[in-house]
Design a protein around this ligand. Structure first.
Ligand SMILES: CC(C)(COP(=O)(O)OP(=O)(O)OC[C@H]1O[C@@H](n2cnc3c(N)ncnc32)[C@H](O)[C@@H]1OP(=O)(O)O)[C@@H](O)C(=O)NCCC(=O)NCCS
Length: 395
């Protein structure tokens, strides 16, 4: 369908007066025409909207939420959370959204965003543009009757409005042990912790010595299954204490379900055959700006290593080419390289390794990698080793 690529279209930021049309396109694409879900009030995060215009006006769009994410113990990274990707049905298959994604990527780079994440309808679709599968998450389904009350459960209490800050501090401590957790805005926190329009929100904290060491929060649910929006604990005692609280609900809720990172301790704390764990795909990840993202990444301070790598990224030519990557005392430095690269990897592989979705070794053994000098591979692997990926928000 090459001729469509010559079709005159314009790519630009969607102007305020076109936003209603943008919401209407999203309603058709995502909610079967239900109009109430898409409007300016529905979003808790600032965002940019990019549109494809042809002779009939706005036809397709890509939204970019401006998030900030924790990347282990290093500085916060600017993360472009892509959402609302949609095209009016009669104009699909002409490359409108593909071109808009590339345009959005250029805007992300210009506005200083370091990495990007998105929840795909199809992994294959976004892989073409450089995004790749992020780390998996666990979904637990746990019968409340198998859980046990421990003596620390008596220190679990219902949270009040005054606990909000301490809950956020607990979240931040936890988030530094992962790559990808969102530094939430006040509005996002309120949407999680405040009561809903129709249902109460129940949040329980374990805070025996002042700081919150663990919390869980849920709203709605049923006897068969009640989903816990977030269940986080920074130590095993907190997790066991809170599991005991869930046991106290066993006459009201048969099963609780929640999401957890891939290294979560539940299996150690409550080994039981009736815990059902599924491994689910999460979002896809992409490095937007290779040198900037690598330089923000904090390595193990004991590691001193250097690698000369070649990055393949045809849709983001600013990343393409040879880079010298070095680390010392936890700090990474990156500059253009002029020697023969020790290894060549595509942006999909590099993105997975930078975001902690998979180790370089795992990526190499599953998909192959063009390695000319093992020393370079080992060095890059060392530089990018760190906490796994995890995030607990949708967009
Ligand atoms: C998915 C959607 C955004 C695609 O828009 P579009 O403008 O038709 O896409 P494009 O024409 O730019 O297609 C780009 C590429 O993806 C491919 N593609 C299109 N639809 C696809 C699909 N359903 N699955 C996998 N690949 C697809 C195209 O073949 C094209 O590849 P090519 O360049 O190698 O030929 C559009 O169908 C849509 O609005 N769907 C409903 C909303 C939705 O699901 N959005 C995604 C949310 S994550």
């Amino acid at each position: 369908m090459e001729h469509w690529h010559h079709h005159p279209i314009e790519l630009k930021v969607i102007a305020a007066e076109d936003m209603q049309r943008a919401w209407d396109i999203a309603a058709q694409a995502f909610s079967h025409g239900e109009r109430s879900e898409f409007n300016a009030d529905a979003f808790n995060t600032p965002f940019d909207a990019y549109g494809v215009y042809d002779e009939d006006g706005l036809q397709a769009q890509v939204g970019v939420n401006r998030y900030k994410v924790f990347m282990g113990s290093g500085p916060i990274m600017e993360m472009a959370g892509v959402g609302g990707v949609s095209c009016l049905p009669a104009k699909r298959g002409r490359g409108y959204v593909g071109r808009c994604l590339v345009y959005a990527l250029e805007q992300m780079q210009d506005s200083g965003q370091h990495i990007s994440m998105l929840f795909p309808f199809s992994q294959a679709f976004y892989r073409k543009y450089g995004w790749e599968a992020g780390g998996p998450r666990r979904r637990y389904e746990v019968p409340s009757r198998i859980l046990q009350v421990v003596k620390e459960t008596s220190d679990v209490r219902l949270a009040t409005d005054d606990d909000a800050l301490a809950i956020q501090q607990c979240y931040a401590r936890f988030a530094m042990k992962y790559r990808g957790m969102i530094e939430r805005t006040e509005r996002e926190w309120k949407s999680i912790l405040d009561h809903g329009k129709k249902h109460f929100t129940y949040t329980y904290v374990y805070a025996p010595n002042g700081p919150v060491e663990g919390y869980l929060t849920y709203r709605k649910g049923s006897w068969e299954s009640t989903h816990i929006r977030e269940f986080i604990s920074i130590n095993n005692t907190a997790q066991r204490a809170l599991l005991g609280l869930l046991h106290r609900l066993d006459m009201q809720v048969e099963k609780f379900a929640w999401h957890a990172p891939s290294d979560d301790a539940l299996w150690w704390n409550t080994g039981h055959n009736d815990i059902n764990t599924s491994i689910e795909p999460t979002c896809m990840v992409r490095v937007v700006d290779v040198p900037a993202a690598l330089q923000l990444w904090r390595t193990n301070p004991a590691i001193r290593a250097g690698a000369c790598i070649e990055v393949l990224d045809p849709h983001a030519p600013w990343n393409q080419g040879v880079w010298e990557v070095e680390c010392d005392s936890g700090q990474v430095s990156v500059k253009r390289g002029h020697e023969t690269p020790q290894l060549t990897l595509d942006i999909q592989a590099l993105s997975q390794a930078v975001c902690g979705a998979a180790s370089l070794t795992a990526i190499r053994s599953s998909r192959g990698m063009d390695v000319r000098d093992e020393a370079g591979f080992v060095a890059l692997e060392q530089i990018l080793t760190g906490p796994p990926m995890w995030m607990n928000d949708g967009f």
